[in-house]
Design a protein around this ligand. Structure first.
Ligand code: CDP
Length: 221
């Protein structure tokens, strides 16, 4: 049983996916962290994230078990991630891991929730549930700006908004697995939805696709 959650940067897909996995007792994979780790490895080696050979080696030699999420969440790493993510060899190297995770969720869980850009279109086109989480660029920039400030990172709204537009453009226009909703995905626009409301709506979408699956799920925290 696979739940695919895709969407643009700062759409709230990570928070939603993590919460759904906990509620359903499914394994959770943040696929963005893999691309971030590749971007970070290239930067750490003094390389150029746009250089395919170096990025492909970093992807093939990535120690997935040893990822430390905290430094990987920095904005500079996010930008490098979206540059390496356009390189087909990088995507191919990371595909196996994502498919293995979905096919045999760790901890012998009954299912997996994966979030990213191309889970429903390329990684797991057979997923039983596909949700494409989105929001306007302004709302997403505001959320990311607040998140950075809360984490103690310096943040200027105009800069965050410009970076986000740049990342949207790169993720949507690349030839390899561009960001777009799968034809059979439900689009969840979170512009006017608080995190709790987005979670409720996602549970309703899951229940409609897989009746009984959300029975007994606690909807309040
Ligand atoms: O958290 P945020 O949405 O800012 O980014 P992320 O999900 O951690 O992903 C970082 C970058 O990795 C994205 O900008 C994408 O370019 C890339 N990515 C991808 O191409 N495919 C995925 N399945 C996940 C992430």
């Amino acid at each position: 049983m696979i739940v695919a959650i895709d969407g643009p940067t700062a759409s709230g897909k990570g928070t939603l996916a993590r919460r759904l996995a906990a509620a359903l007792d499914f394994a959770y994979l943040d696929s963005g962290l893999l691309y971030r780790a590749v971007g970070a490895a290239v930067l750490a080696a003094g390389g150029d994230p746009a250089e395919p050979a170096a990025a492909a080696v970093a992807a093939r030699t990535l120690d997935i078990e040893a990822l430390d999420p905290v430094p990987l969440r920095r904005e500079a790493v996010g930008q490098a991630a979206s540059i390496v993510a356009a390189i087909p060899e990088v995507r191919a190297a990371l595909l196996d891991h994502q498919r293995r995770f979905a096919g045999a969720p760790p901890g012998a869980k009954a299912g997996a929730v994966l979030d990213g850009r191309d889970i429903g279109t390329a990684v797991c086109p057979q997923a039983e549930v596909k949700i494409f989480v989105t929001a306007s660029a302004e709302e997403r920039a505001l959320r990311r700006h607040k998140e950075l400030l809360e984490r103690g990172e310096a943040s200027i709204y105009a800069r965050v908004a410009a970076d986000l537009r740049e990342r949207d453009r790169r993720d949507s226009e690349r030839a390899a697995s561009p960001l777009r909703p799968a034809a059979d995905a439900e689009v969840l626009d979170t512009d006017a939805l608080a995190a709790d409301e987005a979670f409720q709506t996602a549970l309703e979408i899951i229940e409609a696709k897989c009746p009984g699956l959300t029975a007994g799920v606690r909807t309040t925290r």
